[in-house]
Every structure is written in structure tokens, then in C-alpha cells.
Design a protein around this ligand. Sequence first.
Ligand code: UGA
Length: 436
Amino acid sequence: MDIAVIGTGYVGLVAGTCFADMGNKVFCVDIDKKKIDILNSGQCPIYEPGLEPLIEKNVKAKRLFFTTDIKKAINETKIIFIAVGTPPKPNGDADLSFVENVARAVAETATEPKIVVEKSTVPVETGEKIAAVLKQYTPYNIVFEVVSNPEFLREGSAVKDFMMPDRIVVGTSSEHARKIMGELYAPLKAKILFTDVKSAEIIKHASNSFLATKISFINAIANICDNAGADVKLVAEGMGFDARIGKSFLSPGIGYGGFCFPKDVEAFIRIAEKKGYDFRLLKEVQEINQGQRKIFVKKVEQQLWNLNNKKIGVLGLAFKPNTDDMRFAPSIDIIKMLQGEGAKISAFDPVAMERAKADIKEIEFCGNAYAVAKDADALLVLTEWPEFLELDFKKVKASMKAPFLFDGRNCLDSKKMASIGFKYFGMGIKTDNCVE
Ligand code: UGA
């Protein structure tokens, strides 16, 4: 099939590349010429495991094209995916102006019917608005079919998530569009749930909000474990054996970040409000999430007492491993809080340091984890990069001024760290070395 994907962010770029790899001819479009130039030079503008070779392979096979020419892409394809950004406005609503611009461009350009698919995360009823724009601006009285096809891929495992989804959601009232979408996704051999457009739109916000709720729930449990002297890892394990609960998304820590959960939870609260429902549960999810950063900093203060001029080493800046994405990363809030108390921060992240420079000022960016630990009064793990688990922690400890280790992701072996001589503090984990 011939497909246009408008917007080359995480979702658009991964979806477009994967559609091409499935044998389709795909035009990926962006208004950002710099980005398109980077992609046309064979490079990938984002760090996403496995994506660059897949782009290269499909560009070479002449199935994947990058362009700023939206009209050409619209004219040469039958299915048009809208995958542009829906960033939060200052009031928390999703800004849908990019979505509207694309719908209008499709309407004004298309000379024959098209299937227009919303891939971006959008509030319920956006499909209706897109349909209205398409109807209003077509000079040729074309009847467009609108589909909601939310994406559930995660950064860091995006290609795998796209190619092996738990489910594919296709919301449309058009039989024809349903058939075409079914054929498009058939090679993935995944469960396809067909719904109406509005239900599909809500599935996306409800899914992200539910996952965020799970994280805040286990963070609340971690705080109780801290106070009671229990171990949240065991509690989560015990809960997770219940198939109705499941094991995933029960890792406590310094809270969720990234460009999806914070923005989508806020947007869903606003959507609910507009539909006459006060989603207090989600408001509390947000509160708990922000509170985790404060609780973590308090743990550091409890042990180090005054932070003024103390050197604090930070391992990991990205909002999660395997990405260089710094948007709404908990590390930003935590470092700012520590700096507010006068601490001197040195940090290392395997891939996110370049991007972090825009968000975090006046810190020393180091070339590796050992340089971060040197002469530090405390070491903080803020992203659970696998390579941090492999560090020579005896060497790390030997170079520090004081042996305080605060694991904001519960990723290190607490007993092993204590046996090396660290004063180890996790989130909801009781260790014998804790200074009460
Ligand atoms: C999330 C969803 O998982 C995807 O399904 C969705 O498609 C995507 O948002 C989106 O809407 O675009 P993503 O933000 O890439 O994906 O990352 P996640 O792996 O979900 O992690 C989000 C945050 O939650 C991270 O900061 C992570 O550290 C944190 N987290 C996750 C926890 O604190 N505990 C957990 O148990 C799991």
C-alpha cells in the first residue's frame, strides 16, 4: 500500500519505518527541513535501538522516503497517518493546531478520496473535528474516511513494540476503511480490535492513565513499606502473581516521566472535566508522582544533613533507559531541588547528556560513571541503565568521600551494595545499613 505519515517524531518515524519494512511504500513528511535532511543522509535524529538500521534498509529498498513536500505525499498515497505532536498548552489541554493543519492540508490538496488516520494521541471527539475540517476545506466535494488508530509503542523498545503489539486498535465507522486497515496490519498477526472512533480515542488516554495509576499506586505502597520496614519488591512480586493484577508497571521509584504519561494524564483530567466528570483519582496519581521526587531528595537530606557545597554524583538523566529523551525526566526536578540546597552536581548518562544540557544548568557532565563518583559525598541512580548494574562498585566506593548510595530506581542489589560497604537507600526497601 502507499502510505503518508505526517510528522516524524517518535511515533511517526517508527510507524513509517515499520510500515515500510512490512513492504509498503511510505512517505514520511515533516515541516522541519533539518530533520528531513538528517534522515535523508541516512542518520536517525533520535536514539532508538534498532531504528537506524531499519531506516537504512528501507531507504535502500526504495520503500521509505523522507520529504517536506506534504502535497506530493498526499497526492501519491491512499492512506494518510497524522502523527504530529500534540504538546500540552499552558492550561494542560492538548494543542491540536498541528493536527488541524494537517487535516486542512489533506482537504485542500487531495483530488481523490483518502483514508485519514489519527495516530497522534488526541482527545476524544478529535476525529469528528478532523472530519469536519476535511469536509469544509475540500474544493472537490471529496468524502474522506476518518480512522483513529492509537499507538502504544514505548520509547526504548519502539520498533519491537510496533512490530509485536499486544493489540491494534482501529476505530472507524467506515466498512471500507476497516477492511483496508485490517489488510495493512495483517502481516503483524496481532489482535485487532475494531471500534468506533471515539472509543478508540479514549482507549489511548485510558491506557496511559491506567499505567500511570499503577506506578503511583506502587509508589504509595513503597512509601508505606519505607515507614513500616517492609520490602516493596517482595510486595510487588506477591501482588503480581495475581493474574488480575499482573507483574508489569509495579516498579516504584522517583516517579514516571517522559513526554507521554505526564502530558496524557493531565490532558485526560481536562477531557474528563469537559465531559462533566471530576477525575480526582488521576489528580492524586499526579500528586503522588511529583511527591516521589521530594521524598527521594528528603532521603538524601536525612543522611547528608546539609547539602551546601556537598558533591552529589548522578548516574542517569534520561526519563528511562535506552532513550536520550529528557522531557519531563524526574532527574531535572531532583537536580534542581538539590541545587536549591547548594549541592554541587556531577552527572553521567550514556546517551542523554547532550539533550540534558538544555534542561539542566551548572552541573559537571562527566565522561563516565567513575568520574561522577570521584570525591562524591553521595551517589544517586536516577535512570536504571543496564550498564550501571555492571559497574565495579568496589572501585566506585573507594573513590567516594562518603559511601552514600541512593537508588531511585531500585535497580541495584541492596544486599550486595551493603556488603561492599555502601550505605544503600532504595525506594521502599529496608536495608540494615540505614541510618534511622
Ligand atoms: C508510554 C506507554 O507505555 C506506551 O504504551 C505509550 O505508547 C507511550 O507512553 C505514548 O503514549 O507514546 P513511554 O513513555 O515511552 O511509553 O515509557 P514507559 O516505558 O511507559 O515509561 C514511562 C515512565 O514510567 C518512565 O519514566 C518509567 O521509568 C516509569 N515507570 C514505568 C515506572 O516508574 N515504574 C514502572 O513500573 C514502569
